[in-house]
Design a binder for this molecule. Sequence first.
Ligand code: SF4
Length: 369
Amino acid sequence: MFSDELSQYDWDETTRAINAKTENDVLRALSREHLSVDDFMALISPAAAPYLESMARASQTITQKRFGKTISMYIPMYITNSCTNSCVYCGFNRHNKMERVALTPQQIKQECEAIRELGPFENLLLVTGENPKIAGVDYLEEALNVCRPYFNNLTIEVMPLKAEEYYRLTRSGLNGVVCFQETYNRANYKKYHPAGMKSNFEWRLNGYDRMGQAGVHKIGMGVLIGLEDWRTDVTMMARHLLYLRRHYWRTRYSVNFPRMRPSEGHFQPNVIMTDRELAQLTFAFRLFDNDVDISFSTRERPEFRNNIATLGATSMSAGSKTDPGGYRTYPRSLEQFAVSDERTPAQVEADIKAIGYEVVWKDWDKIFD
Ligand code: SF4
């Protein structure tokens, strides 16, 4: 389990090592074909900031070689905002007084139809809060069965499950699982996740092993930028990705770097990451792992997404509603976070085409399941 490996790394020592990187370390990393975690640390360090242009060029070349000039599209569907956790940064925190809903199969069907009218989406991300009584495996299985006729590729972002539960869902058409560790800082994790199942750091961390053991085809990872030192957090994530690739080499991987936005809980980020830093991180990750899917959601502004689309990103969401039933069933009032990119899917597609890239709506067929 990765929790054993993570115990070998000291958080403060890693932070110090990143901040001690020099120009020579950066140049050495840039000259290498295969980067070690140490090289990755050099490229995300402050010492690499003056090399953003060279990193961007290298990232663009590798991305085009591996993925072509393409951006794959997906759309999230929130099916419940019911949650038993109390993550201090989240609008769905159980202490937040708000209306809680869990869509019925009929409502999920109507959301599917509304999404299909928005654009030719084939990659659907089903999202829930974490409430095993309301959104347990039976509920998820039913939701997948409802969505399956509408979309070729189904991914879930839900509470961490047991390996046999992931396996069971793959029988109902589940192709991918996204789970954000939020932070790899074991000591401070509980500050942000004080109660509920999510307060169990190990259970969440080892969830990725359980996904791999269950044969989930694609695993999505991420840390929430704004909690702890982002450089240290993404270094731990890079180590985690390397570990997963070693153990579950048949699986595909994606990474996402969500920057925290104001939520209804009024939590203010501890750390602010600038656009330049987010770009630097994207380029460094591409150079570190040439094949990983790098995804950007509508948390980011259109200008940033248009630029990063040609420099390292490989998938994006569009037209997203972050509230359950937001596409048709309920008015937009229960959202988890506010989106920064309000463009319609057609506008996103037009902008991507205008920069010479192709939009990929379908990259998986359910006959592969
Ligand atoms: S981040 Fe997820 S688990 Fe935490 S309160 Fe929000 S919906 Fe619940």
